[in-house]
Design a protein around this ligand. Sequence first.
Ligand SMILES: *[C@@H]1O[C@H](CO)[C@@H](O)[C@H](O)[C@H]1NC(C)=O
Ligand SMILES: *[C@@H]1O[C@H](CO)[C@@H](O)[C@H](O)[C@H]1NC(C)=O
Length: 231
Amino acid sequence: MERHVQTLLNKLSVVCITIATIIFLFLILQTPQTCIPTTTHPRVRLLRFPKSSCDSSRRDYVPFSKKNERLWSTRDWKKKVNSYAQFFRSLRDQRLLSNHSKVLCVSAGAGHEVAAVSEVGARDVTGVELVESPPLVSRADPHNLPFFYGAFDLVFSAHLDEALFPARFVAEMERTVRVRGVCVVVVEECGGDEMRGILRMFKHSVFVSAKNVTLIGLRMTQIIMRNRNSS
Ligand SMILES: *[C@@H]1O[C@H](CO)[C@@H](O)[C@H](O)[C@H]1NC(C)=O
Ligand SMILES: *[C@@H]1O[C@H](CO)[C@@H](O)[C@H](O)[C@H]1NC(C)=O
């Protein structure tokens, strides 16, 4: 009788252990619901952000050089850089830019303008943006530039329009450009009061010129201001 109970108990524990093991394995192999990618759209999958906070899947490391090779060989990249280069050549022709100029591009995005400035011949060019894109663009807040007063000969931005605090953005451009250096901004095509509003933000500069230009296929207005001696 006792032997019988013993056998029964043994069998019972084997069954229990088996069930427990199956549940355990199931829990280990099961992907938590929140980690399942919500999309399989090919374009979205190119973004290699974590799919959720608990995404621990291995992400391939693509070296910058390889990523840049891919980006810089696209037709869109070349077209935009050519357009910017043409723009900077016109600044060079006006003697506002030379091979020896120290140039800063604010809110430089992926760095089209930085590449263009180099192409035109200026060797000392810096690009900054909230999100870095090495090696052309480093990370810095346009509203709080990590550069000394008067560090640059020319400060350029094609993204004043998108600035969160335009007056602060302009103030930082003026602060980092040297006395008699120039700030060049390209904004959505404008004139009249709109333009005067932009000019008023430059508190330490004198107006040099403004004209409508076509840049990267868009109708834009280019405004050039020269930093004056007093501040
Ligand atoms: C400026 O640099 C470019 C490219 O590096 C060169 O072709 C050009 O001759 C230089 N211009 C001057 C005035 O030195
Ligand atoms: C640019 O073009 C617009 C529309 O044609 C015009 O109103 C504006 O005055 C022009 N701006 C400049 C600086 O020429």
